[in-house]
Design a protein around this ligand. Structure first.
Ligand SMILES: Cc1ncc(COP(=O)(O)O)c(C=O)c1O
Length: 403
């Protein structure tokens, strides 16, 4: 039974493999100080989104362990019996941190994005969506069955044109964008997007997944950096990246949050986050507020890394304030082989291939944490540069680091 389906899948897998687009399923143990352990080796990792090093912070682990000592799973969705004191306290603290009226937790950032769009937007509405938005926003747009018009943040006159042509085709209009783009670390031109949203009576929704805790004077993300928090309809944050935990949350005005509580399907058809995760994220939020030097250090390291990359003659695909550095993989570069070679030398630097990024924009995505040292950044870049020498010849053994 189902043999023909399996045969089709095997054929498709073989096609992925021959295109170098199948994804290795590694087992990686995350360690403190930007390290990880993989295949028996300890590597310095530039792959995690743990930007502030909070996944291993003693206060965060202690808060988690303490709450986990009382209870593990939530047992049901928040709607039924899953919303504990920890959930309520985290929602209140997130709302306060974001200077917002209310917040609502979701089981993941993905669920927060997809569920928010599904609950707010219907087939009679119209969506204007940035073309590089995260998959969870793209999937959320599909769930709405509304007409979707793509735009690029690099051409706002064209967006204006698209809005002029299509705005009146929908009852409500929604402008949807990542705040920080996950594959290149750039920030959306939010002030100008707000102006367009206001002019065309559209609700602007911003995914702050890679901004929260990292950019903005107080770590409230791209909207804070661009000084538009009060002009944006909703902001969606993930608790899984700089906050070192798991989950997502939507922050906004009280009636909209109440509507999402009643209508966002991933939020009430999925078991609530474990209370211990909420306790851990509450501890992370305290650190984000109390230790701005972590963020400043990361910002400085990001600038230094960009200079190091340029000095090494590598091409950066985009310049942004976030600690994500997209290093171009030159045409013909065997990405998987390069990643393996870097691992042999003691570094983990992920290669990103389609469909995560468009064909022709394959890259190495270097993400920094406040725990990385500038010498470590210099060494991995030197290693990558030597591997991709302009003569096209890979060195059989790149210079390795002393573990
Ligand atoms: C821009 C963006 N939004 C949302 C998400 C989803 O967040 P989570 O991993 O918490 O589900 C991600 C995850 O990588 C992301 O990069």
């Amino acid at each position: 039974m189902n043999d023909s389906l399996r045969a089709v899948l095997q054929k498709r897998l073989a096609q992925l493999q021959s295109a170098g687009q199948d994804r290795p399923r590694r087992t990686v143990q995350s360690l403190p100080q930007g390290r990880c352990r993989c295949d028996g080796r300890t590597l310095i990792s530039f792959g995690s989104n743990d930007y502030l090093g909070l996944t291993h912070h003693p206060d965060v682990r202690a808060a988690f362990a303490d709450a986990a000592g009382r209870q593990v799973g939530s047992g049901s969705s928040a709607l039924i019996t899953g919303r504990s004191d920890e959930h309520a306290a985290l929602e209140a603290e997130l709302a306060e941190f974001e200077h917002s009226e209310a917040a609502l937790l979701f089981p993941s950032g993905y669920a927060a994005n997809a569920g928010t769009l599904q609950a707010l937007i219907g087939p009679e509405d119209v969506i204007f969506s940035e073309r590089d938005n995260h998959a969870s926003l793209i999937d959320g747009c599909r769930l709405t069955r509304a007409a979707v018009h793509l735009f690029t943040r690099h051409d706002l006159p064209q967006l204006r044109q698209i809005l002029s042509t299509h705005r009146n085709q929908g009852r409500q209009a929604f402008l949807i964008t990542d705040g920080v783009f996950s594959m290149d670390g750039t920030v959306a031109p939010l002030a100008r997007l707000c102006s367009l949203a206001e002019e065309f009576d559209a609700a602007l929704i911003v995914d702050e997944a890679h901004g929260t805790g990292v950019v903005g004077a107080e770590g409230r993300g791209a909207c804070e950096l661009e000084n538009v928090c009060g002009r944006v309809f909703l902001r969606i944050v993930t608790l899984s990246k700089a906050l070192g935990g798991l989950g997502g949350a939507v922050v906004g005005d009280a009636p909209t949050i109440a509507w999402l509580w009643n209508r966002a399907r991933p939020q009430f058809f999925s078991t609530a986050l474990p209370p211990a995760v909420c306790a851990a994220v509450r501890a992370s939020l305290k650190i984000v507020r109390a230790e701005p030097e972590r963020r400043r250090r990361l910002q400085k390291l990001t600038q230094q890394a960009r200079e190091i990359v340029r000095d090494a003659g590598l091409t950066v695909l985009a310049d942004g304030p976030a600690p994500i550095i997209p290093l171009q993989a030159p045409a013909g570069c065997r990405i998987r082989e390069t990643v393996d070679c870097l691992m042999d030398a003691g570094w983990y630097l992920p290669g990103i291939v389609p469909p995560t990024v468009p064909p022709g924009t394959e890259r190495f995505r270097m993400s920094l944490t406040s725990d990385h040292q500038v010498d470590e950044v210099r060494a991995v870049i030197e290693c990558l540069a030597s591997h991709m020498r302009p003569d096209g010849k890979s060195r059989s053994r790149p210079p390795s680091r002393t573990p």
